[in-house]
Design a binder for this molecule. Structure first.
Ligand SMILES: [Fe+2]
Length: 325
C-alpha cells in the first residue's frame, strides 16, 4: 500500500474504475496487481531453462591462478579463487541457480585464513604436495590429489601449505541458494590468521580419498551401459549431493532433463558432452555445469572419472526432484 494515499481514497477510486485498464492502473497505488494480468506467468508446465550449460578448462584456470599468485596475497584476498560465473546474460555470480564453483590455489608455504560461514562447501583437490591440509574445526585434514574434503555449514576452515609446491583445487558451495533464502552468516577468526591445529586427521569423516572412492565407483553396478556411480558419504551435506561417476571408455550415455543442477569436475579421462546446442570436450581438471532441465548426451573417449555435485539432497527433501519422461 502506498502510504501517501489514504486507503479509503484508493478504495473509492477502484470502486469507480471504468474498465479493466483503468482498474489495473488504480491497483498500483494499492500495492496490488491482478493475478490474471501478469506480464510473465508465474506457473508453467515445466522448468525454464534459465541458466546455460558451460565449460571451464583447467588449462585456462591454472595459469590464471598462477598470475593471481603474482598479483595478490592470500592475506588480501581472503581466498585466491576464481569464481565460475554462469554465462547467461545479466547474471553475475553463481555457476547455476543454487551452486557456485571456483578454482582456488595457495602457493608453497602459504595459508588462507580460517573463517566459517553458513553455506556448505566441498573441495576437490587437483594438485598438491606433501604438507597441504585444511584445518576443519581445529583438526588438520590432509588435502591430497583426488581428495574430496567437506566443510559443512558453520565449520571453521583454513587452508595451509607447509611444502614448496603450489596447491590447486575446485571449490563447490551452495552460496547462491543460501543468498536466495537469506541465512548468510560469515565470521573470520578473531585475533589470528589460522585456527590452532590439533592432530592430523587423515581418517577425518570430512575427507574422501580418491583411491577409496574411485575404486568404489568402479565396483558399482552399471546404472546404464557405460556409467557407474556412487554417492560420496556419509556424512552428507544437507543441500548438495556428491557422486563419483565412472564412465567406461567409448561409452555413450543419454540423460533426460532433471530438476537438479549439476556441476562436474573432471578427475581424469576425456570425452565430450552435448547439451542442447552446446558441446564441450572435457579433460582433467575441467569444470562443467549442466543446469536444471537440460538433457545431456555423454560421448566418452578414454575412461573417465567425474565428480558430480548437484542440489539433489535439497530437492529430494522438498519432493521436487524430478526427471523428464
Ligand atoms: Fe570458506
Amino acid at each position: 500500500m502506498n502510504v501517501n494515499i489514504a486507503p479509503d481514497i484508493v478504495a473509492k477510486e477502484l470502486s469507480a474504475a471504468k474498465n479493466l485498464d483503468d482498474y489495473y492502473a488504480k491497483l498500483v497505488p494499492a500495492g496490488m496487481g491482478a493475478g490474471w494480468n501478469k506480464s510473465e506467468p508465474s506457473l508453467y508446465p515445466a522448468p525454464k531453462k534459465t541458466f546455460l550449460p558451460a565449460h571451464w578448462p583447467y588449462r585456462t584456470a591454472r595459469p590464471a591462478l598462477d598470475a593471481a599468485a603474482r598479483l595478490v596475497r592470500t592475506e588480501d584476498a581472503e581466498r585466491r579463487n576464481l569464481i565460475l560465473h554462469n554465462p547467461v546474460a545479466g547474471h553475475g555470480y553463481g555457476t547455476a541457480s543454487t551452486i557456485v564453483a571456483a578454482y582456488q590455489m595457495i602457493k608453497g608455504f602459504e595459508s588462507a585464513r580460517s573463517h566459517r560461514h553458513t553455506p556448505n562447501a566441498l573441495r576437490f583437490i587437483l594438485e598438491s604436495g606433501p604438507g597441504t591440509y585444511t584445518i576443519v574445526d581445529g583438526k588438520k585434514v590432509p588435502m591430497e590429489e583426488g581428495d574430496v574434503v567437506l566443510t559443512p555449514n558453520w565449520c571453521w576452515h583454513g587452508h595451509c601449505n607447509e611444502g614448496p609446491d603450489n596447491a590447486y583445487w575446485i571449490d563447490v558451495l551452495d552460496v547462491p541458494l543460501t543468498q536466495l533464502l537469506g541465512p548468510i552468516f560469515f565470521e573470520g577468526l578473531e585475533g589470528k590468521f589460522i585456527e590452532t591445529a590439533g592432530e592430523a586427521a587423515a581418517n577425518s569423516p570430512y575427507r574422501f580419498p580418491f583411491a577409496t572412492w574411485g575404486a568404489k565407483a568402479v565396483q558399482q553396478k552399471e546404472s546404464r551401459p557405460g556409467l557407474r556411480e556412487i554417492v560420496v558419504g556419509p556424512p552428507h551435506l544437507d543441500s548438495l549431493r556428491i557422486k563419483w561417476r565412472y564412465f567406461s571408455s567409448n561409452a555413450k550415455v543419454d540423460e533426460a532433463e532433471t530438476t537438479a543442477n549439476c556441476v562436474y569436475a573432471v578427475h581424469s579421462g576425456s570425452g565430450r558432452v552435448r547439451c542442447d546446442e552446446y558441446e564441450f570436450e572435457w579433460a582433467r581438471g575441467d569444470v562443467l555445469v549442466i543446469p536444471s532441465w537440460r538433457a545431456a548426451r555423454w560421448e566418452v573417449g578414454s575412461e573417465s572419472y567425474l565428480l558430480r555435485v548437484s542440489d539433489e539432497n535439497l530437492l529430494e527433501k522438498l519432493n521436487w526432484l524430478r526427471t523428464a519422461g
